[in-house]
Write a protein that binds this ligand. Structure first.
Ligand SMILES: Nc1nc2c(ncn2[C@@H]2O[C@H](COP(=O)(O)OP(=O)(O)O)[C@@H](O)[C@H]2O)c(=O)[nH]1
Ligand SMILES: [Mg+2]
Length: 321
């Protein structure tokens, strides 16, 4: 009872626009479980499909620097901004969290900016990260735009495209990023490419490389042609141009009636990913699956049956047509 009252009072405070309540809801989401489901059910009717911009690229490319610079430009434009930093606890990202927190601190006295870092695990499905739910909260909270920064390691880089309206890929000249980006599939997902650290001598050439790689895959029709923008996060150069490109991409989606479609894609992949996460969790935890595997693997080890025959049998047991 006491618990129910507590969460209801958090909802009330949230409706009144209290940022502490938004923070509390985000923590509940992060913890997962039944309480988190309740928050999702409560929030969902209030979401408006807020504009989401994803920032991805290798660690150290300057994503956080650019995101905080951009935030200032959007604030000058009177837009309220939500910022989600995904996966700061990843073993790969090490000290990213501390650095990001320090960088974003400049907004701590601005009620128009809400910054939150999220651990990648422990959400509704038990496995997936809870970025979608966190964006819902910032959406329902009334933010005009939400920035999502990935740590830029592994899957998170590509997943961001399924969660956002606009993807900004941030690269740097020094590490052969252009080639890495092509290999990692980043060229396919970027709406805007930022070559940051333009104070480095190779920056212009690296930007041209990206430009020509894009030209190779450019298709005809009225599709968006990805932009390439040179920036210097340290000196705040080119960030105004990036702001303009983000606005233009949103206008492009709106004018061409693509917003609705994007919003549907975001919801569709969200349901699919949550389902896959949940199924995976169930399969991992299922004692029946475990038993059957223990039993059958002995035969696989002995070379009597193939690994696939075990898979087929497990599949039959789970029984999804
Ligand atoms: N030389 C140079 N350094 C930059 C620039 N932008 C950011 N940095 C530095 O690069 C480092 C990593 O930046 P950060 O924003 O944390 O990168 P993230 O890991 O992609 O979020 C920091 O030390 C920044 O100060 C730039 O334009 N030029
Ligand atoms: Mg960062």
């Amino acid at each position: 009872m006491a618990r129910t009252r507590t969460i209801d009072s958090v909802f009330t405070a949230f409706r009144e626009g209290k940022s502490a309540a938004a923070g509390r809801l985000l923590s509940i989401i992060e913890d997962g479980g039944k309480e988190a489901e309740k928050v999702v059910e409560y929030i969902f009717p209030a979401i408006r499909g807020v504009c989401r911009v994803g920032f991805t690229g290798p660690p150290g490319a300057g994503k956080s620097t650019i995101v905080s610079r951009l935030t200032s430009y959007f604030r000058e434009d009177n837009k309220s901004v939500g910022i989600i930093l995904v996966d700061p606890t990843s073993p790969f990202s090490g000290g990213a969290l501390l650095g990001d927190r320090i960088r974003m601190q400049e907004f701590s006295n601005d009620p128009g900016v809400f910054v939150r870092s999220l651990a990648s695990r422990g959400s509704l499905g038990g496995i997936s990260n809870c970025t979608d739910e966190a964006v819902d909260i910032l959406d329902a909270y009334g933010k005009d735009i939400v920035f999502i920064e990935t740590v830029g390691v592994g899957q998170s880089e590509l997943e961001i495209a399924e969660k956002t309206h606009t993807v900004v890929v941030i690269l740097v000249p020094e590490s052969g990023d252009a080639i890495q980006a092509m290999k990692a599939g980043l060229m396919e997902i970027g709406d805007i490419f930022v070559m940051n650290k333009s104070d480095h001598q190779d920056a212009e050439m690296a930007a041209r490389e990206i430009q020509s790689a894009l030209r190779l895959k450019e298709s005809s029709g009225n599709e968006w042609s990805p932009r390439v923008i040179l920036t210097c996060g340290l000196k705040n150069e080119g960030v105004d141009e990036l702001k303009k490109a983000i606005d233009e991409h949103r206008d492009f989606l709106t004018v061409n009636n693509l917003m609705e479609n994007k919003n549907r894609q975001i919801l569709f992949s969200r349901v699919r990913n949550a389902l896959l996460d949940r199924l995976e969790g169930k399969i991992r935890k299922s004692p029946r699956v475990r038993e059957l595997m223990d039993e059958k693997m002995k035969e696989v080890y002995a070379g009597h049956i193939s690994p696939y025959s075990v898979v087929y049998e497990l599949e039959k047991m789970i029984n999804i047509e």
